[in-house]
Design a protein around this ligand. Sequence first.
Ligand SMILES: Nc1nc2c(ncn2[C@@H]2O[C@H](COP(=O)(O)OP(=O)(O)OP(=O)(O)O)[C@@H](O)[C@H]2O)c(=O)[nH]1
Ligand SMILES: [Zn+2]
Length: 305
Amino acid sequence: MKVNKKYKGLVTKKFNEFYLVELDKYETSVANKKFLCKIKKSVNFRNQFVFVGDEVIVYQIDLQSKRATIESLVKRNNLLERPSVANISNIYVICSVEEPKLNLSQVNKFLISSEQLGVEVSLVLTKCDLITEEKRLLLIEKFHQWGYQAITLNLNNPENLRTLLIELKKKKCSIFMGPSGVGKTTLLNMIIPNLDNKTAPVSSKIKRGKNTTRNVELFSLSSKSYIVDTPGFNIQTLEIDIRELSNLYPEIYKQVVNEGIHCKFRNCLHVNDEGCKLNKNFERYTFYKEMVESSKSHYCLIQED
Ligand SMILES: Nc1nc2c(ncn2[C@@H]2O[C@H](COP(=O)(O)OP(=O)(O)OP(=O)(O)O)[C@@H](O)[C@H]2O)c(=O)[nH]1
Ligand SMILES: [Zn+2]
């Protein structure tokens, strides 16, 4: 039985030329909303590929065989690389407080690289069982000054995981990103039942290539809430316009937008500029200055090993 109607849907998985598309729950009364789709042959997406996370319009919906055809692609908000996922709403930057040790410069790069996508960015600190309560509170205070309410986790305490899960269920589409060995896979395995991604102690990790052949999938946490079942492997390649950089630091954004400071020049970079009014007395200013300086002659390209 074919439905002679068009519906909007979300690509939750992609394999070869097939796409698993979940039809919008509010637009259809069909019970199982997942349809195996191919792209309409004559369609020209101007060499654009369709990725997991993309919204598409489907037609030729066959309720019996659960097949349909993708007619067109809805304009996407953003596209992440490695893994390729579209329309992410939230990035959770995951860093461990120990094993591996917290590296502030690296945390900064992950945060800026995520902010650059224009999504909501959160910071999660794992392995808090390896530090004292006093140190944990100091870290929360530190990152509060960076402009983030760090979520601290400890595998021995399921209570903090529950809090994170409640938060994730309110977000549209989240992904975990962070350096190797910080516990991203461990967390995903706890959040997604039967996922069973491989984890390994830090010392025996193969640093690259792990999981690369797996197909990315969106896992539904609640209606309208998804999480990417694979962590982002690395910092996204940045091509930041030097004038945009200050907007990616909440400490600077807050002063310029919320407090309305007025530097003498509208395009002030807040680095040795005449008449600059920015209060530079914050911890990440050195990182900011370094990024501005390294991108003065060319766009800032950051790639992390
Ligand atoms: N002590 C402690 N160890 C943890 C915690 N969470 C994870 N680990 C351990 O950290 C190691 C690495 O965890 P993974 O989940 O594989 O880390 P990952 O971030 O996915 O690493 P990559 O796959 O390399 O990106 C494993 O041995 C985990 O058991 C924690 O809260 N406390
Ligand atoms: Zn300034």
